[in-house]
Design a protein around this ligand. Structure first.
Ligand code: ZN
Length: 471
């Protein structure tokens, strides 16, 4: 009798506790950390995953996920388009966290303030070396359309030792404002000497955060420069888009990353699944000699949203303009991109900017092209490259990262629920702003931001990821 009563109380209590805010019922749950892959119910309470159960769970709302994959929301370490419209497109591509780490903005505090309580997905950024350099050379940012400073003295001239020290102080201040690391675009600041680069790595090493770097653009040579800077300073290193930074030398660049890791250095890398890159045509990347250096010609350049290929005259007109006109550069081969994407060392990151289909379609394209069509990536490996590996990369920047990139009890409820047969990119080089299809539901910190395939209006659950020096 007493036992029965006790059992009743326990059952009653259990039942009362076991009502979740949201239940995702009967989906194929993938956890890339443990390689768990089975049909389960997932119970969400507040902002976290509270239960993963073989038996059906009870929730205030139950989503039927039969036939769908339930995976950690994708974490994009490299997203320049940090607008509300950009966040909607990222969400449609399965992304729950989109970070501007490669270059960083002109002002970290302003960047974070502008997005507080206003972002659809999670966001964060780095202390920017190119913008620190521009500020100290007296050429601050003039508008939000600028991702990198245009070519000029601030990008092309060497700095004095005193200017280098001021850049270091600027980076420290930006890390104190919440930067997740140091962002560098060495190819966009060709005036920066190897010594200047090492001094910037030293600031990251002081704080124990990574340097996220677009390397100098001489492929193997440039990867050697940043691995050496990591080795001599102790700063962790993340090399952006090894596909476009190394082009035909990408296999050797990846061997160098593997070799550095094998000798205990914290070096990681990423890639995006497209044969063309993009940048601003008035940037220092197009300083004289670019055709010889990249093996490209004017006709390899295209204006986004059109099919217009450039001529010498048109190039010179656009290059000299103060307008940060984006340009598509056809500079890689499909075989090289395929090899880089399949390499176990590469995370998937979009380098998203308006005008290039990678801004909208990177993650869907991995499913369409590499999981389904070429079958060069297993589903779990694709999910790992898009969620768990970036979360691990972020652990030195914020302890919050340990709760992301996983489908586990206690993890943040950042989840993508997608149809593995239809999730795909829709954007092309001619029409680069078409949202991906196949993401049926997306949760950010427990809140639905995509419901039944459509963006939920009026929600802003995205939180900031803040670096360890924030004051
Ligand atoms: Zn870049």
């Amino acid at each position: 009798m007493r036992i029965a009563l006790l059992a009743l109380i326990v059952c009653g209590t259990t039942f009362a506790q076991a009502r979740y805010d949201l239940v995702i019922h009967g989906g194929r749950v993938l956890d890339p950390e443990t390689s768990f892959d089975a049909v389960r119910d997932v119970g969400i309470r507040g902002t976290q995953i509270a239960a993963i159960s073989e038996r059906p769970l009870v929730g205030a709302r139950v989503i039927d996920a039969s036939g769908l994959v339930v995976a950690p929301g994708f974490i994009d370490l490299h997203q320049h388009d940090q607008t509300a419209a950009g966040y909607r497109l990222k969400a449609m591509d399965g992304v729950t966290t989109a970070l501007e780490l490669e270059i960083g903005p002109p002002d970290v505090r302003k960047f974070l303030d502008q997005r507080r309580n206003a972002a659809l997905i999670n966001y964060g950024t780095t202390a920017s070396h190119p913008w620190a350099r521009a500020a100290i050379f007296g050429r601050p940012a003039v508008g939000d359309g600028e991702i990198v400073p245009p070519s000029g003295p601030a990008t092309n001239d060497p700095a004095t030792p005193e200017q280098v020290q001021r850049m270091q102080q600027r980076l420290r201040d930006e890390l104190n404002a919440g930067g997740l690391g140091v962002g560098m675009g060495i190819q966009y600041t060709p005036g920066a000497t190897r010594q200047e680069i090492i001094e910037m790595f030293r600031v990251a090493a002081e704080r124990g955060v990574p340097v996220f770097v677009h390397s100098r653009g001489d492929r193997v040579e440039s990867v050697g420069e940043v691995i050496a800077a990591a080795a001599v300073t102790g700063a962790p290193l993340h090399i952006a888009h090894i596909n476009s930074s190394c082009l035909r030398e990408a296999p050797e660049c990846l061997r160098m990353v593997a070799g550095a890791r094998g000798r205990g250095l914290d070096v990681t890398t990423e890639a995006y699944p497209y044969i063309a890159g993009t940048t601003q045509i008035n940037s220092a990347l197009f300083n004289p000699g670019w055709r010889e250096k990249f093996g490209m010609d004017y006709s390899d350049l295209m204006i986004p949203n059109t099919s217009e290929r450039l001529t010498k005259e048109r190039f010179e007109q656009l290059h000299a303009s103060p307008q940060p006109q984006p340009i598509i550069m056809f500079n890689n081969t499909q075989a090289m991109v395929d090899q880089v994407i399949a390499n176990p060392l590469t995370m998937i990151a979009s380098d998203g900017v308006p005008g290039h289909p990678r801004n909208t379609g990177t993650f869907g394209r991995i499913f369409a092209q590499y999981v389904r069509e070429r079958r060069s990536l297993a589903l779990m490996d694709a999910v790992r490259k898009m969620s768990y590996m970036p979360a691990i990369r972020l652990e030195r920047s914020t302890p919050e990262a340990r709760k992301k990139g996983r489908v586990q009890v206690g993890a943040d409820a950042d989840l993508v629920i997608l149809d593995p047969e239809t999730f795909r990119d829709q954007s092309t080089f001619e029409k680069p702003a078409v949202p991906s299809t196949g993401v049926r539901y997306l949760l950010v910190n427990g809140t639905l931001v995509i419901d039944g395939g459509a963006i939920v209006p009026g929600v802003a659950p995205g939180g900031a990821l803040i670096g360890p020096s924030a004051q």
